[in-house]
Ligand binder design. Structure first.
Ligand code: ZN
Length: 449
């Protein structure tokens, strides 16, 4: 072997892993991921090939190949056989981005042509996989939207069933102290025995942990197509609580400890206090959103053609505020479903911390949690968050007072900045500190009496 070739190989071995990764044009990791994941240049797939610049290691779970040096990675990506002298030198050439010096063995024209063909075939296969996966994702999304739409369409129209209407009206009265007008039931529908699923049973089928009355609201897009639904399970017998059922599900720890499932045997079972204390079971939320929600809103009362819109995060709070102002005829009342959809994504540079927003640590201490800032993310798509129609001139956003104040204030400021335009007057209404709207308003009504 000539001195030039020896030196060439030594130089290639001295190239750092990260440098080799850059020369081989491995894409940067996706945001928030420690390593690049993608299809393997040899065996395809979607995410089986991983390259970690910082830890200087690469791996393909499909080929069972991997290593810690740039030359091996180059050989894998470029379909070179390092056991052959020519293949090895070609791999060195790739990490150095320099031609093989005179005297070094190199592949023949035919070998090179065959190899480039293999690379192209692998790339085409990866592209096809990506397309298949996207198609599958779209199909899944379409089916999920269809299902969610049917939950609402097939629910009971309360205008044709007064018992159902009374039940929802009683629930909303219990939560807000206001009797809702009939117009609400254009949107809010009921199911008398709606299944609540959590986890899987012994055969891997979705497990029904509860079945009971539910309020179903449609989620509509800005062109008023139904894209999802919002479900609230109700239990008026639980009057001291929030008039919703108390639901329990097996936690991860419980499953690990071999604790039994809590199937719905006629009525939902409550785990023992000891098992609850040990964290084997967790309280389940009594609200769910199905289908698609971002970019949409839940119509509650009135016509969207109105030039005054009033909305907030949750259905009950918006109804409480609407009741307090007398369910105005000139106003369209709506809920965003959740605060993320109301506020929209934040510009990451505007994040901040505050002593009131912390994560509790296992050692008893606390750590400040980053709060998404008041500045909206640039270049948002229309379905990144709720949109307000162009004809609206007055927008009132009712903030939820029962969540953390600073966090909510930042989110509301973001919503206002995001929706701001010259011909729209936006106001944010706050309940008194430490209270939610229904609590504050019931207290005010009690005071008046
Ligand atoms: Zn592979």
């Amino acid at each position: 072997m000539s001195d030039a070739v020896t030196e060439f190989v030594e130089q290639a071995r001295a190239v750092s892993f990260a440098e080799a990764v850059d020369r081989l044009k491995v894409p940067e990791p996706r945001k928030g991921k420690p390593e690049f994941e993608g299809p393997c240049p040899r065996c395809g797939g979607n995410d089986r090939f991983a390259v970690n610049r910082k830890k200087a290691v690469w791996l393909c779970r499909g080929c069972g190949a991997g290593g810690r040096d740039g030359i091996g990675l180059a050989a894998h990506m470029l379909h070179l056989d390092v056991k052959s002298r020519a293949g090895f030198l070609e791999a060195c050439s790739a990490v150095l981005d320099e031609p093989i010096p005179a005297g070094g063995e190199r592949e023949t024209e035919e070998e090179r042509a065959a190899r480039l063909e293999r690379i192209d075939a692998a790339k085409a296969k990866a592209a096809q996989n990506r397309k298949d996966r996207e198609d599958e994702g779209n199909l899944y999304r379409e089916r999920e939207i269809e299902k969610a739409r049917n939950f609402w369409i097939n629910a009971t129209d309360c205008r044709e069933n007064l018992r159902a209407m009374d039940y929802l009206r009683d629930y909303l009265f219990a939560r807000t102290r206001f009797t809702v007008p009939d117009g609400v039931f254009v949107n809010l529908r009921a199911r008398s025995a709606f299944g609540y699923y959590h986890g899987e049973d012994e055969r891997g089928k979705p497990l029904e942990v509860h079945s009971g009355p539910a309020m179903i609201a449609p989620i509509v897009s800005s062109d008023y197509r139904i894209i999802g639904c919002h479900i609230t399970w109700l239990d008026l017998r639980n009057g001291k609580g929030n008039s919703r059922p108390v639901l329990w599900g097996l936690s991860k720890e419980g499953a690990k400890a071999g604790k039994p499932l809590l199937p719905n045997a006629g009525r939902h079972r409550t785990p023992t206090p000891v098992d609850i204390e040990a964290g084997f079971y967790e309280r389940l939320p009594t609200k769910k959103m199905r289908g698609h929600k971002t970019g949409g809103f839940i119509p509650l009362l009135g016509e969207p053609e109105a030039t005054r819109w009033l909305g907030g995060e949750g259905i009950e709070n918006v109804i409480a505020v609407a009741g307090a102002e007398g369910f105005r005829d000139d106003t369209f009342y709506f809920s965003a479903g959740d605060i993320g959809n109301l506020a929209g994504p934040a510009d990451p540079d505007s994040a901040f911390t505050h002593e009131s927003v912390v994560t509790r640590l296992a050692n008893g201490g606390t750590r400040k949690r980053p709060i998404p800032g008041p500045v909206p993310k640039k270049d948002q798509a229309p379905d990144d968050a709720l949109q307000v129609a162009a004809h609206v001139r007055e927008l009132v956003l009712a903030a939820d007072g029962d969540s953390e104040r600073i966090w909510t204030a930042s989110a509301m400021a973001r919503a206002k900045a995001r929706l701001a335009r010259d011909d729209l007057d936006i106001e944010i209404w706050w309940p008194p500190e430490g209270m939610d709207w229904s609590g504050a308003l019931s207290a005010a009504i009690a005071g008046d009496a």
